[in-house]
Design a binder for this molecule. Structure first.
Ligand code: GTQ
Length: 352
């Protein structure tokens, strides 16, 4: 019996079986993978309650493993929609890192870029490249690709949220890391030198960047707070975002790293945002205030130091009673560089 003599169903099936042995597959059976009507992420909305859940766990980790033993005492935030992946979104990794007083977390560099938001603790420090910077709650910090970095702490326990583009580097099979002997602290430039060199509306006269990442390693919360205070005194909040700014590489005006964008936003008292969606899945952390965010059909109630995730293209509505401030990061920089990023704004539930 030849294939054309089989009943139609069987004829298709036997054809598919035959071509699969030759590593071929019919697109017409799988066109949804190429052209879904809108993004269909596996990432799901998720929430980490810091004080009630994460804090007790990470301090237990502090009791049972040393920073050396753990090579960085970090609890990974794994998205429940991506079990086993070690990823918080399809493209980003996030982890809570605890550094206890007297500890130094190993010196390290890697092709992946890291951003950090300080969640709790008094002054700790991190070095990246040639500079040592202080870390305080609400600060946004960078460890750009291939810059050596280590973290140390002299006062009280500090916890920060790490955000890295590990899944992006893995996707391109471009993940490399090396560890080093301790960074010699004496050779480092004094703290905040890079802020004076590169973010005072001036640049050293013949300075040329090595890459597209920001030479600024610390964006202190006092500066973010000042900007948001001035903006909220002087104008109306954006319907979808409240008062929102993006952290930039001041030498280009672009995102601080080539892959990760980071933001801080403030909602005035009793504010409810208009519905918004964008293709970048976003990780939020709460600096101040209580509120809730509707993400698709999920409702997440948040408070200071919590972390939550809004997946790509899920409609988002934030609401708060008292004034609230959120930090966030996403892969928008990578998507914009690749021409993929898209957003939609709605007023009174109508696309505008
Ligand atoms: O600080 O370089 O949470 O390499 C995970 C991997 C932090 C870091 C993490 C890392 C780092």
């Amino acid at each position: 019996m030849t294939v054309s003599e089989f009943p139609k169903q069987d004829r298709h099936k036997s054809f598919y079986e035959r071509i699969s042995k030759d590593n071929l597959s019919p697109l017409w059976q799988r066109s949804h993978i190429l052209s879904p009507n809108s993004p269909a992420p596996s990432v799901v909305p998720a929430h980490w309650d810091y004080d009630g859940v994460v804090r007790p766990h990470i301090f237990t980790a502090g009791d049972i493993v040393s920073a050396d033993e753990a090579e960085g005492r970090v609890l990974i935030l794994e998205n429940p929609g991506l079990p086993g992946s070690g990823s918080v979104t399809q493209t980003l990794y996030a982890g809570f890192q605890l550094v206890l007083p007297g500890e130094v977390a190993r010196a390290y560099h890697h092709s992946q870029s890291a951003v950090r938001f300080v969640i709790e603790g008094d002054i700790a420090y991190t070095t990246a490249g040639e500079e040592r910077v202080e870390m305080n709650p609400g600060d946004f910090l960078l460890a750009p690709s291939w810059r050596w970095h280590e973290h140390g702490n002299e006062t009280e326990p500090m916890v920060w949220l790490d955000g890295l583009d590990i899944p992006i580097a893995s996707f391109f099979s471009g993940g490399f890391a090396e560890s080093a002997k301790a960074i010699s602290q004496e050779k480092l430039r004094p703290p905040c030198e890079s802020a004076a060199r590169y973010s005072n509306n001036m640049l050293p006269v013949d300075w040329k960047p090595d890459d597209r990442t920001s030479p600024i390693l610390r964006y202190p919360y006092e500066r973010s707070d000042e900007t948001l205070r001035v903006m909220s005194r002087g104008g109306e909040p954006d319907a979808c975002h409240g008062y929102k700014v993006r952290f930039i590489n001041p030498t280009t005006g672009g995102a601080p790293t080539t892959t990760i964008s980071a933001f801080v936003q403030r909602f005035p008292e009793k504010f409810e945002t208009a519905m918004y969606q964008s293709t970048d899945s976003t990780v939020f952390t709460v600096v101040e205030g209580h509120g809730q965010t509707k993400i698709g059909s999920h409702r997440i109630k948040w408070k200071p130091r919590d972390v939550f995730v809004a997946p790509s293209w899920h409609p988002i509505v934030h609401r708060c009673e008292k004034e609230a401030t959120l930090l966030s990061f996403s892969d928008r920089a990578a998507q914009e560089a690749l021409g993929i990023w898209r957003e939609a704004r709605y007023l009174n539930r109508k696309l505008v």
